[in-house]
Each structure stands twice: as C-alpha cells, then as structure tokens.
Design a protein around this ligand. Structure first.
Ligand code: SF4
Length: 279
C-alpha cells in the first residue's frame, strides 16, 4: 500500500477504481476483481485515521486485504487526508481540535435525527477525488468509481450526485448480489469475513454495534463516551442543545447499559445514506 503519491501510470479512461472500505461488500468486490469477474484493477482505501477507523478494520485491510490484493495483481492504495501544509489530518484530530464550532460527524439531535456531516466528504470522497485527479481524471475523462452496495442495501445507492471527475457504478447491484452472497464469495476465496467497518465512534452505528462495543471493546466505548461529553461541552459553550452518538437522545452510557450476556447481532441497517462508509 502507498501514501498519497503513487507511481501508477494509468490514463483517465483506464481508471477503474473501487472505493474500498474494508468491510464485507467491498471485500467481496476485491475477490471478484481478483477472479477477473469484474474489471476493477485498483482499490482505494481512504483511511480516515488510525485513531478513528475501527482497529479491526485496519488490521483486516493490512493483514488480509492488502496481502490478497498483491497476490492477485490488484493495486490497493491506502490514502490519507492532508492539510494545506502537507501534514496528515485524522478525523479524530479534527473532532478534538479545541475551539472548533462545527462537528464533522453525523451527531444526533435529541429527536434522534443525525446532523449534517462533512466527514465522509472531507475524509473519503475528496481524498479519493484528489488521487483520481492526480492520475488524470477530468470532467471530459471521468474515472469509474465502483461502490460496494449490495442488493439488500439498494436504498443507499444513488443518494449522492457524483463529482464531475467520476462516474459511479455499483457492481454488486449489477450482479444481483446480496450481503450473504458477499460473505460466501469472501469465504470461498479463503479469506476471513471482515468485521463491520466504520469509525469506532460513528453515530450511524447500529444499537447492536454499540452494545457489542461496550461488551467487547470497553476501551473504545470509554473513548466514545468521552468524545460525546467533550462535544457537548463545546456545544454548551456555544449555547447549543446537547447532541448524542445514539438515536436515544440520552448520554451513551445510559443509552447502552451494561449487559451481562451477549446477544445475537441483527442485520439492522446502519443508517448511512452513502456507499463511501460502511462497505
Ligand atoms: S464512518 Fe461515520 S464518522 Fe466515519 S467517516 Fe463515515 S459517516 Fe463519518
């Protein structure tokens, strides 16, 4: 994997990339590309930050996906967001920047509705877009960007107008594959099934995922709780109402109480209305 400059000498019309999120759907696309069942030789993983992505997703991308991609002649590039001064910026850093007035993640209001977010655009869409433009994608010669949305999540497709330098495709929809098919494709390639991918503090996470975090990853749950408290301190200083990481309109520790027993995880919709996260 590489940083923001790579030596790939592709012409824009040859640029067929997958927005790789490190989750089930986009990993199934990696296997399909390796088997040459879809023509996407380049996978772009926009890492929003080692301190922000779920650690299990980072481990999967680096220990499994990158190795598999290399073995099968697929380019997998790990991309970062860079500030104007050339230093890398993570989403966690931006969230914790003192004095920031706006909250970049889809923090939920007391009624449970998520607020407007800039994280997906700033840390994924623009990061991938910059790489594509550096490689020659233009309005006249847009790159093709494949997004890993399966048939059971079809409502997440087409919600976003694509940028001028890209043309969005949904290979799993074209093939009629569901999430279960993706799991089968990944397993039959000898790869472990990846964990659900998202930032560990993402307000789009399902209630089940929060419960699992409290139970299995208490250190991440504590960081999420502290983040919610910090964001609300800043909101209070600006005279704004409290906002929350879950849809219950109460602090995280109360919304997700400790449970003595593990529950079966459901396939509840994560609530993210784009295919750039959680694929
Ligand atoms: S996973 Fe959630 S918090 Fe992370 S970039 Fe996507 S929408 Fe934002």
């Amino acid at each position: 994997m590489e940083g923001r400059s790579s030596s790939t000498a592709a012409r824009a019309e040859d640029l067929r990339v997958i927005s790789y999120g490190g989750g089930v759907q986009s990993t199934a696309l990696l296997v399909l590309a390796a088997q040459r069942r879809i023509h996407f030789p380049i996978f772009l993983f926009a890492n929003v930050g080692d301190d922000s992505e779920h650690p299990a997703t980072l481990a999967y991308v680096r220990d499994h996906a990158a190795v598999y991609a290399k073995q099968h002649g697929i380019e997998l590039h790990e991309l970062r967001r860079y500030r104007r001064d050339g230093t890398a910026e993570t989403l966690w850093e931006r969230l914790n920047q003192p004095g920031t007035r706006s909250i970049p993640i889809p923090i939920r209001m007391a009624n449970g509705a998520p607020g407007r977010r800039s994280c997906t655009a700033d840390f994924k869409i623009k990061v991938v877009g910059r790489w594509l433009r550096e490689k020659g994608a233009t309005t006249g010669q847009p790159a093709v960007v494949g997004i890993g949305i399966s048939v059971d999540e079809i409502h997440r497709a087409n919600k976003r107008r694509s940028e001028l330098y890209e043309q969005i495709e949904y290979p799993l929809l074209d093939l009629g594959f569901r999430r279960d098919d993706c799991i089968r494709i990944i397993s039959s390639a000898g790869l472990p099934v990846p964990p659900k991918s998202s930032c560990f503090f993402c307000p789009f996470k399902t209630v089940d995922a929060w419960r699992a975090q409290r139970r299995n990853e208490p250190e991440l749950f504590i960081k999420s709780m502290r983040l919610e408290v910090e964001l609300n301190k800043r909101r209070a200083a600006l005279g704004r109402d409290p906002a929350y990481l879950t849809r219950y309109g109460i602090p995280l520790a109360d919304a997700i109480p400790e449970e003595p027993f593990a529950r079966q995880e459901s396939n509840e919709d994560p609530g993210c209305d784009s295919g750039w996260c959680m694929t």
